[in-house]
Design a protein around this ligand. Structure first.
Ligand SMILES: Nc1ncnc2c1ncn2[C@@H]1O[C@H](COP(=O)(O)OP(=O)(O)O)[C@@H](O)[C@H]1O
Ligand SMILES: [Mg+2]
Length: 317
């Protein structure tokens, strides 16, 4: 794999190689792709990789963060609007969909779209046509859609928060990016490549890590995935450029064995998360006197999600 300028996906673990192979296969086609993975696992980078290896590489790659689209403006930002379509629409305005013509529209955090916007997106995916706000005639474009989500979209579908038909339409080919802690050997490789890359960018020399420091990096959980590792590398380049980094020089959260964070403590012998979930649901139902809406509130779930889990675990009421 080539070292690019922060644009090439680095990873030689079997887990990453499998995703990259699949990505190259879908790049040759126009099918919708849904990229799933925790924050910082490289979803946008993977979408750009598909773009680069597709026949659309010379055309636009428009990246839209659906979580940052204000509800009231989502439709006009996506599809554009005509002059006078609403107060403040002082001019014709092209939307992201129109801007992506010939290329790729990347919809990050697609699960955050409101139901009305989801309905319009589905219509667009099925017909290739969309209507700018305030325009009677539909307009047609040639756009490939790649979507990404960092949470379980399937669960949102079950909870009625995401359209099932749209889910299947987007998920023709799912690409799942594993969390960094599950990529065998990639932490060492990424540390080396990203440090070298960032050192060159800052006109510095990369630091060298002792075996003990490397071991700590491998053991750390990297909850922020590659984004966190990249930031770590940049910090080390700045603070230790050209020098040796031992375990004792690492930031506290990496140096120490992971403390039990949060309000719940994992017993030394471990536990069954599934048994825990069943127990908590039973107790919530009991405490709520069998009222499922109230039990759901006690667990911070929607009623639909609770009902789904009750069925899934076959919990008797
Ligand atoms: N496999 C990888 N190799 C090199 N850099 C990566 C890799 N995965 C992610 N990155 C870098 O980590 C950061 C987060 O990646 P991004 O694609 O924005 O993640 P996500 O969209 O999943 O949150 C970016 O700076 C990206 O360049
Ligand atoms: Mg992202």
């Amino acid at each position: 794999m080539k070292t690019g300028h922060g644009t090439t996906l680095i990873g030689e673990s079997p887990e990453m190689q499998a995703v990259l192979r699949a990505a190259r296969l879908v790049a040759a086609t126009d099918v919708p792709v849904l990229i799933e993975g925790e924050s910082g696992t490289g979803k946008e980078l993977l979408a750009r990789d598909v773009h680069r290896h597709s026949r659309r590489s010379g055309k636009a790659f428009i990246s839209v963060n659906c979580a940052a689209l204000p509800e009231a403006l989502a439709e006009s930002l996506l599809y554009g609007h005509r002059k006078g379509a609403f107060t403040g629409a002082i001019d014709h305005q092209q939307g992201y969909v129109g801007a992506a013509h010939g290329g790729i529209l990347f919809l990050d955090e697609v699960g955050e779209l409101s139901l009305p916007v989801q309905a319009k997106l589905l219509r667009f995916l099925e017909s290739g046509e969309f209507q700018p706000v305030g325009q009677a005639q539909p307009q047609s474009v040639d756009v490939r859609v790649i979507a990404a989500t960092n949470r379980c979209l399937e669960e949102r579908v079950r909870a009625g928060e995401f359209r099932e038909d749209l889910y299947y339409r987007l998920r023709v080919v799912p690409l799942e990016l594993p969390p960094l802690r599950q990529r065998q050997g990639d932490v060492g490789l990424l540390t080396e490549r990203l440090s070298a890359d960032l050192a060159a960018r800052h006109g510095l020399e990369a630091p060298r890590f002792t075996p003990a420091a490397r071991r700590r990096l491998e053991d750390y959980g990297w909850p922020g995935n590659v984004r966190e590792l990249r930031n770590f590398c940049e910090r080390m380049v700045v603070l230790f450029g050209g020098r040796v980094v031992d375990a004792g020089n690492l930031p506290a959260e990496i140096r120490r064995p992971q403390p039990a964070t949060g309000r719940f403590r994992l017993p030394a012998g471990g536990l069954s998360l599934q048994a825990l979930e069943v127990d908590m649901i039973r107790q919530a139902l009991q405490q709520a006197g069998g009222n499922r809406s109230r039990a759901a509130r006690l667990l911070g779930l929607t009623r639909d999600t609770l009902l789904y889990r009750i069925r899934k675990h076959a919990i008797e009421a």
